[in-house]
Design a protein. Sequence first.
Lengths: 397, 354
Amino acid sequence: MDFSRVELSDDDEAFRDDARNFLKAQVTAEVRRRDRETGDNFDEGVHVALGAAGYLALEWKSESDGGFSRVRRRIWEQEKRRAHVPWVTWGTTAMVARSVAKFGSAELQNEVLPGVFSGQVRLCLGYTEPEGGSDVATCKTRAVRDGGSWLINGSKMFTTGAHNCQYVFLITNTAPDSPKHQSLTMFLVPLNLPGIEIQGLRTVDGDRTNIVYYSDVRVDDKYRLGEVNAGWTVLREPLNTEHGAVAAAADGLQDTSIMMHQAGSMATAVDKAAARVTQPDPSGRRLLDDQSVAYRLGRSFARMEAALSAPSIYGRVAIAQTMRDISPDLMDILGAASALPFGTDGAADDGSAEYVYRFAPLVGIYGGTLEVFRNMIGQYTLGLGKPNYSAPVKKVS
Amino acid sequence: MDRYELRRLDYSLSEDHLDLQSAYKQFFKTHCPIETVRAAEPSGFDKNLWERLCAMGATTMALPESCGGDGATLVDLTLVAEEIGRSLAPVPWIDHVCAARLLAGLGALGDETASVAGGEQLAAFDARIDSAQGARLIPTGSIADHIVVRDGDQIVRLTFGTRPAKVDNIGRLPMAWVDPGAADARTVLGQGCDALAKYRRALDEWRLLTAAALVGLVEEAMTIAAEFAKNRYTLGVPISTLQGISHPLANMAITVAGGRNLTRRAAWFLDNEPDARPELAPSAFVFMAEEAAKAATMAVHIQGGLGVSAEAAATAYLVRARGWPLAGGDPGASAKRVAELVAARESSAQVASV
């Protein structure tokens, strides 16, 4: 057990200072303003600069392959958060690039990976369908072989970042009559192919995601990842990563659970509320002097710290649930001015708590809904058995 | 505070921790079955179990080596407390070690209190945050030889020729009304800021160890309810496979995972950097005090008509889940303390960054 400050060598300290200065110079007020306006959670200029400075490759590669050491990886992760680097599209890119490295042909790897490291090539996820949900294996988007290529038809929801990406990691159905886990084939589909239409969709937290339509999209077989009908094998690893079912690190140099990035917005809101309640109004009265304010702030803080402490998929649920549970209280104690969003005249906390309130519903569905994770805890850690559902009903339409 | 500060987040237990944990788990499993818990309810105290526990070194471990103790860390003590909660052991270990450590801190483990260290004499203290006037409930007041309370800016040790009478209570604790004015002897142990700060530290330690006990309590209540649910059928399926049952059980597992790690992190900071995160110990307590009652109620509910029986183990967990944290007064007072600590830190950070 160890929660101490990490002692840094002179070299690592210099690395930290360089990284901090670099990120501060890159993520300007203008970048942040544009990010809020577009909801992209991505900035091409910043991303390409990170690539040119070598940071993307250092982050993606393992230490033995020339990537960051453990301590530098952790420094880098924390400094990116400190600087509020837009992060979503690099997250999906890094994840999909692992599948390309593992399952793609040498030709495909050469086409994609150098651009991933330079920042010129970005990758997004084509999983969820308009009629599906967390069960990604239920897939209606069809891929049909036609000579040396495939014809793809269908549509995908929540392809976040598609309009800033060059390829989508697409789940397709290639054997509609087989059991669903033996019916899937994965492709890395170039997004500039004819027949692809990207439609933007803004979400309540301010982000932008996309619906992507595929109409007779012809894809060369070289873009297939893994064997035909063996898509589940390709998908399993990135899905596990996204679920956050990962073991704790012995050196304590990693997040306690997944979603720590999202949890950071909650910590910011709580810390800002704590600072705000001590500021006296013109009559000298502080919000903290109201005992009901003190009680609600303390309780919210306690619940947040418990969520930040929970490991693995317990933490994944606890963070999303706690964001939902405490953000209304944080807004209440700051009063009506907590209704004012970032940048508004007189906003109580620069819109921090109201943002957590709007963000929390999304955090509870990323990578699967909270119900999926509660099922996993029940079935796999408590041994409660596979959940029972009513018999399927025939759709009447 | 700087949430991006580079600190380790290592919650793992060492070999020594694991040995300690398994020794106490085994001890209570062997010596404190639910029948022992029930048998001790009239007095709230099992003297025989207490003597065995003391013989294992459970009280001396908590004292510094300078007082003849083994200098255990608070992290070590949370491991013991968790097993006490899991087994509902009817022993006043948490109150005793917190009071004994306070006496040691005040340099008051002298001749008259020499046998406190080994647990032959029992020490109690007023676990409330807000200092009370007159008669007050002391969680282990009916069995204690020494009762430590605040009186103004003094810390005093009280002794009674006849111990105060035990009162019935939902926590099944050896609780008693104690009137400092009626004590037969009153010894001033310390006075002023420094002495009061030591008392506050004892209050934090009591909350920390009570939070740890509630983690063990919730985990066992959950385990009992989960076993029941796996073997109880409705419409041909185990009720554990219904999300109305499995999801509340999953929530208990999440409470245990988060509450346990928060408690240990809070203990680590009190052990190693007491001024860095003083709000974590009361935070762990606030969280577990609220969640324990919810979880224990749900655990009873899952067992339906069998769960509500006074003989069911589930109800033994239900009453203590409420009674143990409440023995320190309104847990809301701890939430307010958390707010004051955090607000003071954040407002000074803001001033510093201007």
